[in-house]
Design a protein. Structure first.
Length: 331
């Protein structure tokens, strides 16, 4: 049990959710860069074989790492209760620095209800934590269409205490705002500017615990049987022209079934990797990075798709990583 004094203020926990590609990690990176966000423990969970967004926040071979601003970042691979309790124990043993708040970035496919109910499931071990709010990112480009096809996205929006509207420069913000208000008129609605927002606007919301007791883990993986996740690795550098044509063809032919594509490419003439990041039909311009995040410089793409087989999705990504006459290995 934690040695935190009984009269101490509980540690506030903010859950950051939103569907795949809604801008959660961009928002989180901007928040963590703010001086008011030091002494924050970040727990990142991802669906699939590789933590897509955790890798671009930082990389480490350890389960817990220290970010540049002094924040802790943990990869969630097991039970959330165990992760939260372990953080307390490690803090008390002096193995990790002190933290005064926790932010949990869920997978884009998460039903937030079981995550919120976690804080009721083990009150003894989690007594020093307090769920502060559920923050949902809702993007102005794909958000409305996503709600029509994914029950998880509906839950994420309906349960939000604060909704952060993202990608307003690329989509219809008025339509997005109206949809948010129609589905959840109790939430505080904020708008991020290219991911940047004052932390007070994100952390000011208050959590609601009026969750139906009948709702729980039976809903946590709804629709996941039609969603596949693959990691495809390339063998060497490709040309910018190949990247341009291959990504364009990927979006045109398969965009409707691509929930998310993210990874690092080796491109001729560049020492560092080129970051690829796309969701459905919207891909950001590939971004050159100065260095590879780690010793392994093998190019790779992570893909999450629906209504597609593992083999189909692997083939689509191989076409980006390799010229037509080369082979890539999938793991």
């Amino acid at each position: 049990m934690s040695n935190l004094a009984l009269d101490s203020e509980p540690i506030p926990v903010t859950i950051l959710t939103g569907f795949l590609g809604s801008g959660k990690t961009t928002l989180l990176r901007h928040l963590l860069a703010h001086p008011d966000m030091d002494e924050t423990a970040v727990i990142v969970n991802e669906f699939g074989e590789v933590g897509l967004d955790h890798m671009l926040l930082e990389t480490s071979e350890e389960d817990t790492l220290l970010l540049d601003n002094g924040c802790l970042c943990c990869g969630l691979r097991g039970d959330l209760v165990d992760t939260l309790h372990s953080l307390l124990e490690r803090r008390e043993r002096g193995e990790v620095p002190a933290f005064k708040r926790v932010m949990i970035e869920t997978t884009g496919l998460a039903d937030p209800v079981p995550v919120m109910q976690t804080f009721r499931s083990d009150p003894l071990r989690l007594s020093v934590y307090e769920l502060a709010s559920l923050v949902t990112c809702f993007d102005a480009v794909n958000g409305i269409a996503t709600l029509e096809h994914h029950a998880e996205a509906e839950r994420q929006l309906a349960m939000a205490d604060t909704v952060v509207l993202t990608k307003g420069d690329l989509g219809d913000t008025e339509a997005a705002r109206a949809e948010v208000a129609r589905r959840n008129d109790r939430a505080i609605l904020r708008e991020a500017d290219h991911g940047a927002i004052d932390p007070d606007q994100v952390l000011a919301g208050k959590a609601r615990f009026d969750l139906p007791e009948s709702e729980g883990h039976d809903h946590a993986h709804h629709h996941h049987d039609r969603i596949v996740s693959v990691v495809v690795r390339g063998s060497g550098p490709v040309s910018w022209e190949h990247v341009r044509l291959a990504v364009g063809e990927l979006v045109e032919q398969h965009g409707d079934r691509l929930l998310r594509v993210k990874g690092l490419l080796a491109v001729e003439g560049h020492v560092g990797p080129v970051s690829v990041d796309g969701v459905q039909h919207l891909f950001h311009r590939p971004r050159p990075l100065e260095t590879w995040p780690g010793e392994d410089h093998t190019p790779f793409l992570v893909g999450i798709g629906e209504r597609a087989t593992h083999e189909e999705l692997t083939g689509w990504l191989q076409a980006v990583l390799e010229p037509a006459d080369a082979e890539a290995s999938a793991v």
